[in-house]
Every structure is written in C-alpha cells, then in structure tokens.
Design a protein around this ligand. Structure first.
Ligand code: GLU
Ligand code: ZN
Length: 305
C-alpha cells in the first residue's frame, strides 16, 4: 500500500478538514484528478488537513486493484494526504448501528418497490411505501422519510443553492441486496471524520440537500461545499471505464497537473513548463483562487489544452 504523508499531522488542530473520497470502480482518470486537485489545493491553501477515504462499499462495481492504483496515482501526482486512508468496507458495523438508530427514531421506512414500480418517476421516489406498515417481510430497501422543507446552502463555486426536499424524494440508505448506499456511508463518514469542507464534482450537487438533511439527523452541522465542473468526453459522456477513459498516466504527471489547473480556471505561469510535480503544486497552493473555477456543470476534455 502506498503510504500517507507522514509530515502533516502536526496540523491536527486545523479548523479545516477536507477530503477526497474516490470509489474504486476504476483507475483515477483526468476528471477525478481535477476533483482531487481542487479539494487538495483548497485545503492546503488554508493550512487544512486533507484526508482520503476509499468508498469501497459496492463490491459488484469494484475493480480489483483499483483502490491501490488510485492511491499510487495520487502519490505520483504529489497529492499526499494526512493520516491513514479510511476504508468504508471496514465501517459496516457503524453503518448498521446508524441505520438501527434512525429506524428506531422513525426516520426510515422499508420500500419494496421494484424498478418496474418506479418506471416513469424520473428518479424522484413518489412515496409509495411511506405509510405501509407490513413491508418488512418481502425484500426491501430502506429509505429516509424526507420532511417537507427547503434546504438552502451557499456553494463556494455555484453560489446560493436551494432545493425543496420533496422535489428530490425519499432516498435509499440501504439497498435491497443489503449493501449500504452511498448517501448513508458518505454522511456517516463525513460526520465521523469531522469534515468541514467538501470540494467535489458537480454531479453530486443535487445529492447535497439529502446529505445536509441526513447529517442533521446525525446531529452534525453541514460542511462548506464547493462543486467543480465534471470533465467529460466531447459528446458529454462520462470519463469512465465503460467509455474507455484511460487512467491518468504515471510517466508525465507534470503536464496533466498543469492541464488540471487550467480546467479549474487557474492560470498557471508559462514558466511552470518544465517544473517538477512539487513545484507545480506549490504554485497551485500559493495562487489558488476558488472564485476562478467555472460554474459550469461540465467541461469537455477536448476544450482543454
Ligand atoms: N465516492 C464518490 C464518487 O467517487 C464521491 C463521494 C463524494 O465526494 O462525496 O463519486
Ligand atoms: Zn416503495
């Protein structure tokens, strides 16, 4: 296993704790590099702690070796984290306890709906099982009953964001196959790790209201959020294994880092050409301007040089 940054824990008292939370479903591609770099630069420019959490809660979607490969890539790119990597696969007991507690408090209900039942709902759960009382015998997922409230927050990049929770619907925290859902694990661990700042891809912006709500049920204040553009293929397609997006190359990280800085609206000096990874990152930390990151949800890879 690659090792963590051994020098930085002296900053343990920082009031900034950020994190990068990759899922090991494939190698680190350019889009995840951009998200990781944004989170890293925002943390380091404020003398913050920066953690890595491996979100390995979905074995069917996991690619063997990907977790190790992601950490290796991060080291090659100089994105050195503080402390130990937290593996979500080691936290099942905690997730189970949180779910029992939420159930006991009446915030969760079983849902037996099949994909067919939900056909045509546009991804917003229409509440079919909300008031059923005898649902637990058949296979079921568990959903959080969302109140009729508005969640508003100030995103450092996207500005004022407001969602009515009923427009998003009740969300799953444990799947029918028993696996814990991302929304549950991410909130459990952001709370556990004391995360104060979340800088991540725009694709998660509309999950944020659910997460703020779930954090409140865990008696945890919402962190500060910043959602950066997602880098896509020319046709808007996701950079992913399915689309044959390659992992970032390990042999010329400098070039890719400069390109990633540009993708984040930063203006790397021409003199950085020929600089080392650590010089580029030092420059990035010193000049980080979150205000220069585009609000756009996506940036096609082909538009970056
Ligand atoms: N594991 C999630 C992903 O790779 C990101 C989680 C997050 O940053 O909240 O898409
Ligand atoms: Zn249902």
């Amino acid at each position: 296993m690659p090792t963590a940054n051994k020098t930085a824990l002296s900053q343990e008292k920082s009031n900034y704790i950020g994190r990068f939370a990759p899922s090991p479903s494939g190698p680190l591609h350019f889009g995840s590099l951009v998200a990781a770099l944004a989170s890293f630069l925002d943390a380091r420019s404020q003398n913050g702690i920066w953690r890595v959490r491996m979100e390995d809660i979905d074995p069917p979607r996991e690619q063997p070796g990907a977790a190790h490969q992601i950490l290796k890539s991060m080291e090659t790119y100089g994105l050195l984290w503080d402390g130990q990597v937290l593996y979500q696969s080691e936290r099942y007991e905690v997730y189970r306890d949180i779910i029992s507690d939420l159930r006991a408090r009446g915030f969760v209900y079983p849902c037996t709906c099949t994909r067919k039942d939900l056909h045509g709902t546009g991804g917003v759960y229409p509440g079919i099982c909300r008031d059923k009382t005898d649902n637990t015998k058949s296979p079921h997922s568990l959903r959080v009953r969302c109140p009729d409230t508005i969640i508003a927050f100030q995103d450092l990049i996207q500005g004022s964001i407001e969602y009515a929770l009923p427009d998003l619907g009740d969300f799953i925290i444990q799947r029918k196959d028993g696996l814990f859902a991302y929304q549950l694990a991410v909130c459990a661990d952001d709370a556990y790790q004391g995360i104060t700042h979340i800088v991540r891809g725009h694709d998660l912006l509309n999950a944020t209201p659910w997460q703020i709500h779930l954090l409140s049920l865990l008696n945890t204040a919402a962190p500060v959020y910043a959602h950066v553009p997602v880098i896509t293929l020319a046709n808007g397609g996701k950079l992913s294994k399915q689309n044959h997006a390659p992992g970032i190359p390990l042999d010329r990280p400098e070039q890719q880092l400069i390109k990633a800085l540009r993708a984040l609206g930063q203006n790397p000096d021409a003199e950085l050409d020929g600089s080392s990874v650590s010089e580029i990152l030092q420059w990035g930390i010193k000049h980080w301007q979150i205000d220069n990151v585009a609000k756009q949800p996506i940036v096609p890879l082909a538009t970056l040089s």
